[in-house]
Design a protein around this ligand. Structure first.
Ligand code: SAH
Length: 351
């Protein structure tokens, strides 16, 4: 019989589990606290549970764990990147960044990615599988224990497309924000998507207080479809319509990510077209110089180009931030470290 991943279970599911085992309901709260607040790695540590119950739990359920394969610390900005191994040969990365307001972690939601954006290292090696809610939680727990400091902010911007793993991501969001769990405020969480439109409508209905980030990267279908295959399914017009609906239902400002790539999407004409598209929307634009990924030919826009592009947006009353790039010396962009690891292990296998 396949054992159940108990760390991905909601309170209601734990209640059903303990009652099926003939235990009183309060055992579910005790279990939840051991799993989500204290983050124990074995049933034997759950000292206030009867031994027979712990044994029974261990025979039907398991607590997933991961091991730290690699840790890289940026020499310039304090960014720390972890490569974690879940099952043997299955790696996911997460990155911890230090800001004025505290520590923020960027976590992965899938092993690999199906979306195939041409500038992104996550596409290299294709898609392996979805991560479970507990595997997303484990990234935070492992990094937090290693940093020895509380992580207060989360961005779902690591490898994978969160809205292509919707149910697990939603489960994760409910668990990580639980006051008896890691207790991270929904206001401190950003979810980034390349634009899986039907799921944006679904997410809007959940009315969560998180920030929705849209990886836009282009002002029109012509450029966007070249960079991001997802745009061939849901074009810009449809995507922005979903964003407007999201704001209507949640009153939350949308954050648009725009990766600046030299000669591809960074002209004055692009800035003007973008300003036109976003006119009247409750939004914010983040301009990010593209991180060069070895496998692609894309190069960063020049500083002067970034400035000019942001000026044009501001002139059209669109709020914009030019993002610093963090962790460049440690391959901190999505999927870069994982791609390297996979390439290295393939090289070993074919030797
Ligand atoms: N699939 C989701 C989340 C993961 S990517 C999404 O597409 O939003 C997180 C962000 O990093 C996205 O905005 C993505 O477009 C961006 N990104 C990926 N590769 C990059 C690179 N080489 N340089 C700069 N940003 C990159």
């Amino acid at each position: 019989m396949k054992k159940t991943d108990i760390c991905s279970m909601t309170r209601a599911e734990l209640e059903a589990l303990v009652s099926a085992m003939g235990q009183p309901r309060f055992r579910a709260a005790q279990l939840f606290s051991w799993l989500q607040e204290k983050g124990v790695s074995s049933f034997s540590q759950m000292q206030n549970l009867p031994l027979s119950f712990r044994t029974e739990l261990a025979s039907t359920c398991y607590i997933p764990t991961c091991t730290m394969d690699t840790k890289l610390c940026s020499q310039t900005d304090g960014t720390v990147k972890y490569l974690l191994e879940f099952e043997p040969g299955e790696f996911a990365e997460c990155v911890v960044m230090r800001y004025k307001y505290g520590l923020s972690i960027c976590i992965s939601t899938q092993l690999g990615c199906k979306m195939g954006c041409s500038f992104c290292a996550s596409a290299i090696g294709g898609f392996k599988r979805n991560l479970t809610a507990s595997e997303m939680l484990a990234q935070i727990r492992t990094a937090q224990a290693d940093m020895g400091e509380r992580i207060s902010h989360i961005v779902l911007m690591g490898t994978g497309e969160p809205l292509d793993n919707y149910d697990n991501v939603l489960r994760f969001l409910r668990l990580v924000t639980d006051p008896d769990g890691l207790n991270i405020s929904m206001r401190h969480i950003s979810l980034s998507t390349c634009g899986v439109v039907p799921r944006i409508y679904d997410l809007a209905k959940e009315k969560l207080g998180l920030t929705l980030s849209i990886s836009l990267h282009a002002p029109n279908d012509e450029i966007r479809s070249k960079l991001m295959p997802v745009n061939r399914t849901w074009g810009i017009e449809e995507l922005l319509r979903a964003c407007k609906q999201y704001t209507l239902q949640t009153s939350r400002r949308i954050s648009f990510e725009y990766t600046m790539i030299d000669g591809v999407n960074d002209s004055d004409a692009c800035a003007l077209e973008l300003a036109g598209r976003l006119h009247g929307m409750l939004c914010h634009v983040n301009l990010i110089p593209v991180n060069s990924v070895r496998e692609t030919a894309y190069r960063k826009s020049r500083a002067q180009r970034l400035r000019r592009f942001s000026e044009i947006l501001e002139q059209h009353r669109i709020t914009v931030t030019v993002r610093r790039t963090l962790g460049e010396d440690i391959d901190a962009s999505c999927g870069q470290l994982r791609a390297k690891k996979l390439a290295a292990s393939e090289a070993i296998q074919t030797e």
